[in-house]
Design a protein around this ligand. Structure first.
Ligand SMILES: [Zn+2]
Length: 378
């Protein structure tokens, strides 16, 4: 029994060895091997490859395994597409916050129907954002697809005030000389005088005058350039908010041409307490807030040189008036002059001399300067 068992085992071993030897040395033996037995080996190696890269390329798992041609056709594309309402996507989200500004630009939106076709051109937008007025606004977007299915979404827009730098109180006896309605040819001699005293000043310009080279020189010599107006036509400027903005921006463009950048400081024509705007009730109350919310600072004055046109005065009169004002405003002073009046320009040398002798410093206005605002009258 034992011997026969050994013989059987030996025979079996021999058969196995022969088969394996044939498998290596005789390819024809392989062709006899049923194809099915080879396929799983390949398939296994493919699966292992897929498992090695699932993180970086998960889409590989969707690739059909390269096995024998499928006997069953692949699953057809879904024949039953679920019909659903169009989808509107709001770029930037359904709730946005924007700084108060002259204009508002919608961040964008698009829409698709359930088949993935664009419906963006069909979106109807309603609702208004007043970009310069701080507050809450809603914009509604609606679209309807070919099947009459509609979608509506709403975007909430919060217009917030521009964050401004803190005001820094200057040392006592700081003077901000300001010159309105220029520049003109007198401005050049004024710049010479300021340079001689190493004093800085602020020019609130009339854009219509041009004189870009003078503005440029003033800016390069360290003086501040602010918007006053383009036309100085009260009736036109204070007609409504948009008329004011249009005038303001025309002047800004002149300033940019001269200095390379826009300014954030300005002075209202007639000052913020003007009554020239009375035809449009409340315009000054609205404009003073709007302009500040948009990040601009306006400056009135606490000393007037009394140099308005049509008045008869000497440069000595101007000097005396400014000096008596400086004596009253020893904390800080904003002096209103006009560099289109020669007698006023001529007074500056003696004003600066007096100031130096009495410990005053003459600086240009900037966004950290104390704002001096008159009581709005309209
Ligand atoms: Zn003016």
């Amino acid at each position: 029994m034992k011997r026969s068992a050994c013989v059987v085992l030996l025979c079996a071993l021999l058969i196995l060895l022969t088969a394996s030897a044939c498998g290596l040395s005789h390819p024809e033996t392989v062709t006899e091997t049923p194809a099915e037995t080879q396929v799983p080996e390949e398939a296994v190696s493919e699966v292992e490859t897929v498992e090695a890269i699932p993180v970086s390329a998960p889409e590989v798992t969707d690739t059909p395994l390269p096995t024998a041609p499928p006997t069953v056709p692949p699953t057809p594309a879904p024949t039953e597409v679920v019909e659903r309402d169009p989808v509107i996507t709001l770029i930037g989200g359904e709730s946005i916050e924007v700084d108060a500004d002259f204009t508002f630009t919608d961040p964008g939106y698009y829409a698709e129907d359930y088949l993935g076709s664009s419906l963006t051109s069909r979106i109807e937008v309603s609702g208004e954002v007043v970009p310069y007025k701080v507050g809450s606004y809603s914009i509604t977007y609606s679209v309807t697809d070919d099947g009459g299915r509609s979608t509506t979404v709403v975007r909430h827009v919060e217009v917030v005030p521009v964050v401004m730098p803190d005001i820094i109180m200057p040392p006592e006896k700081t003077v901000y000389l300001t010159f309105d309605d220029g520049p003109c040819s007198y401005t050049k001699q004024l710049l010479d005088v300021l340079k001689k005293h190493d004093a800085k000043a602020t020019f609130f310009i009339i854009g219509e005058r041009g004189n870009v080279d003078i503005i440029k020189r003033a800016y390069e010599e360290g003086h501040a350039i602010g918007v006053h107006t383009y036309t100085h036509e009260y009736k036109q400027i204070y007609k409504n908010e948009q008329a004011f903005f249009d005038d303001f921006w025309k002047t800004q463009e002149v300033i940019k041409e001269a200095t390379g950048s826009y300014t954030q400081i300005f002075r209202f024509p007639g000052g913020s307490a003007n009554t020239a705007s009375r035809r449009n009730k409340g315009i000054m109350t609205r404009l003073t807030k709007i302009m500040e919310d948009m990040g601009y600072r306006y400056f009135d004055w606490n000393i007037s040189a009394g140099d308005a046109s049509g008045k008869s005065y000497t440069s000595g009169d101007v000097k005396n008036r400014v000096v008596s004002g400086l004596k009253r405003h020893t904390d800080y002073a904003v002096v209103l002059q006009h560099d289109i009046h020669l007698q006023s320009v001529k007074a500056v040398d003696s004003i600066l001399t007096w100031g130096e002798e009495h410990g005053y410093t003459f600086l240009a206005l900037d966004l950290t300067s104390p704002v001096l605002h008159s009581q709005v009258q309209n």
